[in-house]
Design a protein around this ligand. Structure first.
Ligand code: ADP
Length: 185
């Protein structure tokens, strides 16, 4: 049985930064669907070819493709004490797919990262100067924030009903935020 910790929150909230630290401290797998998709793009796989323009525009990759990719990856993480899902689920269909495998992969906690749009845009544009990510542009950020509000934000309420959800204020020092976060584990 592999317990899952879900990191929910808008682009630029720092989920990836916090997830990689927590994963290292607690022997958890850090599963970032965004990183996995970018790897497919750079390896020019079939999935990568489908995903490339969607990623660049800030749109979501189709549920069926991301779900299959994620479930394969979860099955391969046998030696860890659990897994952090960073960037999954992003839609209700994706959340339902996790519910279907909850016997083997129960959700232990949902961490919700909270930050205002102004701060997020500033961070992503700043990151774009060095990240080399083709989606860290003004146009793509706008789409990503819209997609987040429409498709992903409703999942907060979805998880509040049945799971232990914890809100973290994601504006501030990386170190301070990590201290807040690690208190929960
Ligand atoms: P950010 O949180 O800054 O948007 P990510 O690396 O999490 O960065 O995601 C980058 C892009 O990868 C998304 O805009 C989307 O195109 C794609 N992506 C990542 N995760 C998913 C997912 N669960 N479902 C669909 N598309 C995804």
């Amino acid at each position: 049985m592999t317990e899952l910790i879900i990191f929910l929150g808008p682009p630029g909230a720092g989920k990836g930064t916090q997830a990689s630290r927590l994963a290292e401290d607690k022997n958890l797998a850090h599963i970032s669907t965004g990183d996995m998709l970018r790897e497919h793009v750079s390896n020019n796989t079939e999935l990568g070819k489908t995903a490339k323009s969607l990623l660049d525009e800030g749109k979501l990759v189709p549920d069926s493709l991301v779900i299959e990719m994620l479930i394969d990856r979860l099955r391969s993480e046998k030696n860890k004490d659990g897994a952090i899902l960073d960037g999954f689920p992003r839609t209700l269909a994706q959340a339902n797919s996790l519910d279907k495998i909850s016997e083997n992969f129960p959700i232990s906690k949902v961490i919700v990262f909270d930050a205002n749009h102004e701060e997020l845009i500033k961070r992503i544009l700043h990151r774009g100067e060095t990240s080399g990510r083709s989606d860290d542009t003004k146009d793509s950020i706008k789409v990503r924030l819209d997609v987040y509000q429409k498709d992903t934000e409703p999942l907060i309420e979805y998880y509040e009903k049945n799971n232990s959800t914890i809100k973290i204020n994601a504006v501030g020092d990386v170190e301070d935020i990590y201290n807040l976060l690690s208190k929960e584990f």
